[in-house]
Design a binder for this molecule. Structure first.
Ligand code: F6P
Length: 341
């Protein structure tokens, strides 16, 4: 068998572990050949690829990023490129394409699969927002990075009696905010799923100082928004990929809290540090298992399917189901966290 593999969308720790696992399982156990497309769907649309052998994946298990490169493509680039992609798959004699990516990539994978390409999906994203899988790799690493940052920020916040508003990634969902905030004992956690009320937030932080505490830590997901009418809020429209442009919720909150409470409030934006660097052991294992099962899916001709974690088992689920909706933080999870707004 000849298998193509690509990584697309925002990168995340564990991508290299999947690539390595695909190559190991395919080449060593099945005697397959593997090619990697460069920079995600762009590589497939342009036929830009290289052969991946055991040597080319040596030593990458613990490395961040992706040796194949990644990019985002606009939906219309893909729709217009279906025939070209089919042509490259045919020219290269590929029997399967393993597409590793998040929401956008998996939607594209579904589109190409519906158009007749033999695609197997592998879910990745630090946001952990893909439905049909309990967890995506990259998430554990991102939560670890954010938690470490929060632990560090607590000590400096206390020294200076400040409110630190820490913005973590999470475009549509607040999984990173929830988990890191809980792990670090944040005093308020704001997530996109539940619009926040500035009066309530201000009261929670104010009560803390009134009780004699010398600092407060607020964790906010980048996609969190105020409840309508709760505060003036700058929005940034959409970028060319149809993604919302964020204008800095932490920055806006810091201005408002400082004005209301008379306490120094500073925004801290963790940004891409959450996506870079070596994956945790958990993410390396999950990524390796996904790669192994993606190759098995290709051999079983289970196209249009995606690897998923259910409990402790890896299973296959239809791409169509996985992209139907996002996995958001359920309301009952907020109630487990003290002072969540
Ligand atoms: O989807 C993963 C993610 O890291 C989001 O949390 C974040 O909003 C987005 O990617 C950032 O993307 P980019 O690197 O293209 O700015």
């Amino acid at each position: 068998m000849r298998i193509g593999v690509l990584t697309s969308g925002g990168d995340c720790p564990g991508l290299n572990a999947v690539i390595r696992s695909v190559v190991h399982r395919a080449v060593v156990d099945h005697g397959d050949e593997v090619v990697g497309f460069h920079d995600g769907w762009r590589g497939l649309l342009e036929g830009d690829h290289r052969r991946l052998d055991l040597e080319s994946v040596a030593g990458i298990l613990a490395t961040g990023g992706t040796i194949l490169g990644s990019s985002r493509v606009r939906p219309e680039q893909l729709t217009d490129g279906v025939e070209r992609a089919k042509g490259h798959v045919a020219d290269l004699g590929l029997d399967a394409v393993v597409a590793i990516g998040g929401e956008g990539t998996l939607k594209a994978a579904r589109l190409l699969s519906d158009a007749g390409l033999p695609v197997v999906g592998v879910p990745k994203t630090i946001d952990n927002d893909i439905a049909s899988t309990d967890v995506t790799f990259g998430f554990d690493t991102a939560v670890g990075v954010a938690t470490d940052a929060l632990d560090r920020l607590k000590t400096t916040a206390e020294s200076h009696q400040r409110v630190l508003i820490v913005e973590v990634m999470g475009r549509h969902t607040g999984w990173i905010a929830l988990q890191s905030g809980m792990a670090a004992g944040a005093h308020a956690i704001l997530v996109p799923e539940r619009p926040f009320d500035l009066d309530e937030l201000s009261a929670v932080v104010g009560r803390r100082f009134a009780a004699g505490k010398r600092f407060a830590i607020v964790v906010v997901a980048e996609g969190a928004k105020p409840r309508a009418g709760s505060m003036e809020f700058e929005t940034g429209g959409l970028d060319v990929y149809g993604h919302e442009r964020f204008t800095g919720v932490a920055r806006q909150l810091a201005v408002e809290l400082e004005r209301r409470l008379g306490k120094e409030a500073r925004p801290v934006i963790l940004g891409h540090v959450q996506r870079g660097g070596t994956p945790t052991a958990y993410d390396r294992v999950l990524a390796t298992r996904f790669g192994w099962h993606a190759v098995e899916a290709a051999h079983a001709r289970a196209f249009g399917m995606m690897t998923a974690l259910r409990g402790t088992e890896i299973t296959l689920v239809p791409l169509a189901d996985a992209v139907e909706r996002l996995k958001t933080v359920p309301p009952e999870r907020y109630t487990e966290v003290e002072c969540v707004l």
